[in-house]
Every structure is written in structure tokens, then in C-alpha cells.
Design a protein. Structure first.
Lengths: 215, 414
């Protein structure tokens, strides 16, 4: 890669697969379960987290030498909270229905373990550019799982993608529905997300046995 | 078959051929490990015994499927029929409906389930396990008769993979796979799993039309505070609408006794589950007796239902006899079995009464207790250890008299 050095490129690549925040570190599960019933919400959530984490990492990294370590959690919280409020207000102003769908989970980005985890583990000890890349990488890793889960849940649960019908109209009985196909109500409820995430973890670990923990 | 098996020995598909081989013949191998237990009741024998206990239920259900179909049509035409065992129950017309509706369920359940088992056996390189033999028979018996076959197939794949294989296959599963399949169907396709249209063959297609028929289950009617038109003997012998195989308490009872006497299923679980449901039903009856709820309450219908009748309607009897006693997912300790069974009965009736959306709470209750079974076992074992520790601590060891008095070492236990 010309743009990034190999070390920097790994900051983006690692969280996408072998060090994925959701499937390997098992962080940020709560929002992954709650908002992935629709693909659109998953994508927006992924973008929101990317914004908060990318920018937050930069801010924390910039302040890392002046934050007294005793109160660093509070400082981190303030940074996250500020950014999350920005996201929340933007969503409310420009995408109100979506903001309704995401409801409390936008606010709960504050408590998303991935964000505090990256602040603590990375931004406090690294420079601006690397922290930024790390933030983008981790939020991409988070986002990709969200999108995969959202894709399957919306497709199987509602028969739509981004709200557009894929299989036909379930009420008019067109397309697949004319053969007796029905939407799977189970995929709408949050436990389904747990199972989809579980299957992703299963597939990932059977492809790469190095990820399996000894016990 | 023998040659085929030897030919494929050590190859990738070996487990599949081995499975067919042992299904048809006695295995020609001996164990090589340190332990040798010689007994007639291997896993396959156990499974077959349960299936034998299920056969009467299955045959009855095929007749009942047809009977309910024609009875509902008659009722819709304004000529309610009276039951006569030989004239209008054990007829070819009824059996034919059973063949075209129930048999495909059985075939799909076995076919899909065994394919999944074969695939996993080949991937993991172990022998195909017999666990699915019983599950495959239970599944068609606990779904409504008109369940679309593709839904059943999807649910079976889900149940076998998520309910069993991810935990490591037969013997490792936390949840009963048959009930996992039932629960998946219930939450995925609720319109096909509950309501007054699904329990009788043909009711869904005819809905809304001039020849609409209805087949509300007894529990469903009770949840709506409606009158029920079935007599107690109908409930006991099973001439009522319901899931395919759950209706006939008599045949389930016979199957249950068969399982108890062949020592396949635990009588402790069955008995305690019956006690549990009676206790809960009795409490509800008393609530009505004391006038704590009025007739306008939405729980009135189910609460005032005689407590012992809970056992002969719905899937409670079937669940207790064939599902709760699953040796893998149930409690292992004797004391644990009493607790486990009791709560299955108790919670089943509680869900029945308090949640009108789930008129049949048995499968949820059993799944819940499946989850708790290891915990119950843990505490039972721990309590036993504690009791013994206490006895050990309280034991007074008298010192041996060294003066020559030949007094024995005395150990007093408390």
C-alpha cells in the first residue's frame, strides 16, 4: 500500500477479521442485538460509531499527555458524550424516523465497550494518525458485523433490504410468497441476532483454528 | 453392505456408510478402550424403545387428523356428529387424511434431520449418532397438522444445528432438540402455530370462505372464556383438536407406562411433573373458589378449569412423558429429577393460565427447566456434599483407651 505503511494498514485490517471487536473480543454486543433488525439502522449505527470512535480517538490521542491518569475515564466519557450528542442531534434533524428506530441506542453509544476500550487501549498511547486509523478500523470491524447481521435479519425476517421488498409482497402474495413462503418472525426478535452473531463466530473460528481458545 | 463398509473404511464418507451399516446390522466391531460394558441396551435400543412407545400415538393421530377434519366440516354445516369409534373414527377416510397429512411430516422430519446428522458426521469424522431417531419421531407429533413442510424442514435444520450440533451432538445438548424445533416454529411462524385455524386439516385454506371450518383447541377456547363442547372422555381418549400427537392422553399414558417399566424414562420426573401441574392447577382453582377473580377476568376460563383436567388437554401429558424425561437434557440426580419435574408441571400450567398468547406453555416450561437442569444437579450434589461434610465434622472420635480396656473406636454420627 502506498498510502499507508504496512504497520498502519494492519490497524485497519486486523479489526476486520482476526481481531474483530464483536466476534473475537465480544464487545458492543448489546447494540448489535438491538438495532440489527433492519439493514438501514445497522448501516447508520455503523457510521455513527465510526464517527464517534474515529474522532474520539483523535481527540483523546491529542490530549493524552495532559490528561491526569486518575480522571482519564471521566475525560473519555466527556469526549464520547459530546460526540454522541452531535450524532444524535444530526440524526434527529435530518433523519427523524431513523432516529426513532434507533431510539435510545444512539445515546447508548456512550456505553459501547468498543469505544472506551479503544480509548483506553490505544488512543492513550499512540499518535494522532495511528489513533485515527485504529478508530476507523475498529468501527469498520464493528460495522461489518452489524451489516451482515442486519442483512440476514431483514432479508429473512421482513423479506426486504433497506426497506425494498426482495421476495415480493407478503400481503398480495406475489413473488416467492405465491409459493407459500412466509417471513420468519423469529429473525425480527433480538435473540435471532445472538444466533446470527454466534454463527458468524462459529464460521470464523472454524476457518481460522488459531482463534479458538484453549480451555 | 459389509463390503461397502470395508471399502470405505478410513475414507471421508466412512461415517455415513457405518451409520447405514449399524442401522441394518449389528456392528461387527468391538471397543478397544479400557472399559468394557456389556449390556443389551445400547443407545440405539433405547431410542427404539421410545419410538415403539410413540407408535400407538402416531397411528391414533392419523385417524384423529381425519376425524377432526370431517367433524369440523359437519359442525360447520350445522350437523354436529356424535363420536362412534368404529363408525366414524376408525375409518379409511380418516386414515387417508392421516396418511396424506401426517406421514409427510414424519418423512420430512426424518429426512431433513438425518441429512443434517450425516453432513455433520462426515465433516467431524465421527459416527452418525442415533439421537435423531427419537427427535425425528417427536417433531411431527408436536406440530399442528397443517404445518407447511418447508417450514418444518427449516425448523428441523435450525433445531438440529443450533439445538444440538453446536454443543457437540447427541448427549451434549442443553436443550431438547425437538422442543427447539417447536419453539423455532412457534416464534418464526406464529400464524401457523397458534390460533383456531391450524389444528384441523383444511381450516386455513377454507378460512374466510363459505365453507370455513374452525378447530379451536380446548385451551384456546378457555383462554377466550368460551364454552367447550368436548366431554371429559373425549379429552382423555383424545378425540379433540390439537397438535398431531398430543391429544390422546390414554395412549400417552400407555406409552409412558411402557417407558417406565422398560426403565427408559424416569418415573420420578413424570410423577413430580404431574404433581407440579396439579398443585398449580389447584392453586388457581382455589383462587376462583375464594372469589378473588370475577367471571369477567380474562383468566377466569382457564383458572376455573378443574385442576386435574389440565393433564388431559393440550400437550402437557405428551410433554411430561416424552419430552421432560429426555435423559440428556433433564436432571441426572434423583432429588434433582423431583425438583425438575415439579417445576415443569408447575410452570406449564402457570404459562397456560397467565399468558393467553401462549395457550400452550409446556414446551416453554420444559425448555426453561432444561436450561436449569444442570444448575439443579449442581446444587443437589453440593447439598449432598455439605450434608456429609457436616456429618463428618460432627462425628466424635473417641480416643482409644490405652489402659487396656478393649474399647472399640466409637464414631458417633449426627
Amino acid at each position: 500500500m502506498g498510502l499507508l505503511s504496512k504497520k498502519d494498514a494492519n490497524l485497519i485490517k486486523d479489526p476486520l477479521a482476526d481481531n474483530n471487536p464483536i466476534t473475537i473480543q465480544v464487545l458492543g454486543i448489546c447494540s448489535a442485538l438491538a438495532i440489527t433488525a433492519e439493514l438501514k439502522a445497522s448501516v447508520v449505527m455503523a457510521i455513527a460509531v465510526m464517527f464517534v470512535l474515529g474522532l474520539g480517538n483523535v481527540v483523546i490521542s491529542a490530549m493524552r499527555n495532559i490528561i491526569p491518569s486518575k480522571i482519564r475515564i471521566i475525560v473519555q466519557l466527556i469526549v464520547v458524550a459530546t460526540l454522541v450528542i452531535v450524532v444524535d442531534q444530526v440524526l434527529k434533524a435530518f433523519a427523524y424516523p431513523l432516529s426513532k428506530t434507533l431510539s435510545v441506542f444512539v445515546g447508548l453509544i456512550i456505553t459501547n465497550c468498543i469505544i472506551m476500550g479503544r480509548f483506553e487501549a490505544f488512543a492513550l498511547g499512540n499518535g494522532l494518525w495511528r489513533s485515527f486509523l485504529d478508530g476507523i478500523g475498529n468501527s469498520l470491524g464493528y460495522g461489518i458485523i452489524l451489516v451482515i447481521v442486519g442483512f440476514f435479519r431483514e432479508l429473512l425476517g421482513s423479506g426486504t433490504l433497506f426497506g425494498y421488498p426482495v421476495f415480493g409482497d407478503p400481503i398480495e402474495k406475489t413473488g416467492l410468497y405465491s409459493f407459500g413462503y412466509e417471513n420468519n418472525g423469529f429473525m425480527i426478535i433480538p435473540p435471532a441476532a445472538l444466533i446470527v452473531v454466534g454463527i458468524i463466530i462459529w464460521v470464523q473460528r472454524s476457518r481460522n483454528p488459531a482463534l479458538v481458545e484453549e480451555n | 453392505m459389509h463390503e461397502l463398509k470395508l471399502k470405505y473404511q478410513g475414507k471421508k464418507m466412512a461415517p455415513a456408510f457405518n451409520a447405514f451399516h449399524t442401522f441394518l446390522f449389528t456392528p461387527n466391531e468391538t471397543t478397544h478402550g479400557g472399559t468394557h460394558v456389556k449390556a443389551a441396551d445400547d443407545l440405539k435400543r433405547t431410542m427404539n424403545t421410545v419410538i415403539m412407545a410413540l407408535v400407538p400415538v402416531l397411528i391414533f393421530s392419523m385417524f384423529n387428523a381425519g376425524y377432526q377434519h370431517f367433524a369440523a366440516i359437519d359442525a360447520a354445516n350445522g350437523t354436529p356428529r356424535s363420536l362412534s369409534l368404529f363408525e366414524n373414527f376408525l375409518t379409511w377416510d380418516n386414515f387417508w387424511i392421516g396418511i396424506i397429512k401426517v406421514l409427510p411430516l414424519v418423512i420430512v422430519s426424518y429426512g431433513v434431520g438425518l441429512i443434517v446428522e450425516f453432513i455433520f458426521a462426515v465433516i467431524k469424522g465421527h459416527e452418525v449418532e442415533e439421537g435423531y431417531l427419537v427427535t425425528g419421531m417427536l417433531v411431527p407429533l408436536i406440530v399442528p397438522v397443517d404445518t407447511p413442510l418447508w417450514m418444518l424442514a427449516v425448523a428441523v435444520v435450525f433445531g438440529v444445528v443450533i439445538g444440538k450440533e453446536v454443543f457437540g451432538g447427541t448427549g451434549m445438548n442443553i436443550l431438547n432438540p425437538a422442543l427447539t424445533i417447536r419453539a423455532f416454529l412457534f416464534f418464526a411462524y406464529p400464524t401457523w402455530m397458534s390460533g383456531d385455524k391450524v389444528w384441523v386439516h383444511g381450516a386455513v385454506e377454507r378460512a374466510g370462505g363459505p365453507d370455513a371450518i374452525s378447530g379451536e383447541t380446548i385451551l384456546g377456547s378457555l383462554a377466550q372464556n368460551a364454552d367447550i363442547s368436548y366431554s371429559v372422555s373425549d379429552m382423555f381418549f383424545g378425540f379433540i383438536p390439537g397438535s398431531v400427537g398430543e391429544t390422546s392422553t390414554l395412549l400417552i399414558l400407555i406409552g409412558g407406562l411402557f417407558l417406565v417399566f422398560s426403565k427408559i424414562a424416569s418415573w420420578r420426573i413424570m410423577l413430580s411433573a404431574i404433581i407440579g401441574s396439579l398443585v398449580m392447577g389447584f392453586i388457581f382453582n382455589q383462587v376462583v373458589e375464594f372469589g378473588w377473580i370475577t367471571e369477567t377476568s380474562k383468566f377466569y376460563g382457564l383458572m376455573s378449569f378443574d385442576f386435574w383436567k389440565h393433564l388431559i388437554v393440550g400437550g402437557l401429558a405428551f410433554g411430561i412423558v416424552y419430552m421432560a424425561t429426555d435423559p440428556v437434557t433433564g436432571s441426572q440426580t434423583n432429588r434433582g429429577k423431583w425438583i425438575y419435574g415439579f417445576f415443569i408441571g408447575f410452570i406449564s400450567v402457570m404459562i397456560r393460565v397467565f399468558n393467553p398468547a401462549y395457550p400452550e406453555g409446556v414446551f416453554l416450561a420444559i425448555l426453561l427447566m432444561n436450561v436449569f437442569a444442570p444448575t439443579i444437579d449442581h446444587y443437589v450434589v453440593k447439598a449432598n456434599i455439605n450434608r456429609r461434610m457436616k456429618r463428618f465434622k460432627n462425628a466424635v472420635v473417641l480416643p482409644k483407651d490405652t489402659d487396656g480396656k478393649a474399647e472399640e473406636l466409637k464414631v458417633e454420627t449426627v
